[in-house]
Design a protein around this ligand. Sequence first.
Ligand code: PLP
Length: 393
Amino acid sequence: MTMSKWAQRVNPVVQNIPPSGIRKFFDLVSEMKGVISLGVGEPDFVTPWHIREACIYSLEKGYTMYTSNWGLLELREAVAAELHNTYNVQYNPRNEILITVGVSEALDLAMRTLLQPGDEVLIPEPSYVSYAPCTTLAGGRPVFLPTSLENGFQISADQVRQAITSNTRALLLCYPNNPTGAVMEREELARIAEVAMEHDLVVISDEIYDRLTYVGQHTCMSSFPGMRERTILLNGFSKAYAMTGWRVGYAAGNPDFIGAMTKIHQYSMLCTPITGQMAALEALKNGKAGMRRMVEHYNRRRHLVVQAFKDMGVPCFEPGGAFYAFPQISVTGLNSEQFAEELLKEEQVALVPGNAFGNSGEGFARVSYAASIDDLSEAFRRMARFVRRCGVR
Ligand code: PLP
């Protein structure tokens, strides 16, 4: 296919980034009627009222200006207190915390801060769709650490060690995991911390699902001795507080990393919108009970989803966190794209083919259970019908 004159003017690095496997699918869904979507990784709850109200009130009071590049100091202080309470790690709100436009921006800033051309980033796979493109766009090279159903979709310290080369700069972790729902065992995480220290790696720890942990206790990399300085902790409000559209997240780490990230942020973004920051402040101050209630709902749905796959005869790893199930749909004899496409066409249920999250996602599908019990029940009735037609059971 010949490229248009203007397409040739697009930076080849950008040109070569493949379109997101999720987007591609949702373009299809948007053209259909009666679809139950278990595809998007987004809470089905509206942001709790007191958070919306706090934002409205801040607008009434005239809070419509730029904030400090770092974000509102009061919000950074609240984040520092939150991190101290949760992980027992202390961050100085004045130079070790940056408020960003979601975890998405924080991730991009971390990559651009750390990477030089050719630097490698280790990424457990299946992985969240933006990790590899963000690495590439920052000039780095993603190196995947495949995980599987057999090992509970967890990476091991040995696997990390074996993947390290003289170009390895960072390890990017996301547990509870998108798309598998896996959580890491603390002991293995401690061994990985040892490897990171041995090989002088920086860990980027995407903690966006930390509050959505249903089994055991979640551990963050920065809480291991010696790891605080070499970890860039990312978190935000999108998932735990049902605030995806507000676009607020943060990064916490040593002053050199966070200072450098702030330098990029101040020129590219200037600051995170004040409305979102005001809402985030209210979420941290008064949002815990509401957040816990939403998490209880997800947990109830989690049980329902795992049982539904069991009943269908489709092997499904029991997710310990986030709001995704990752069933092994290869038992139907279809590959992940065929499964997702045919299920959508025949039964109007949308989910994401596992290969959208990398090669080791092939044979699986990501099912979001951030949906109402009614929608989940109907979607599973339809899915069971489809799976039976494929000859399972
Ligand atoms: N990290 C992971 C693992 C995600 O699943 C998502 C959203 O789905 C993000 C980051 C983006 O979060 P935010 O809305 O804070 O930009």
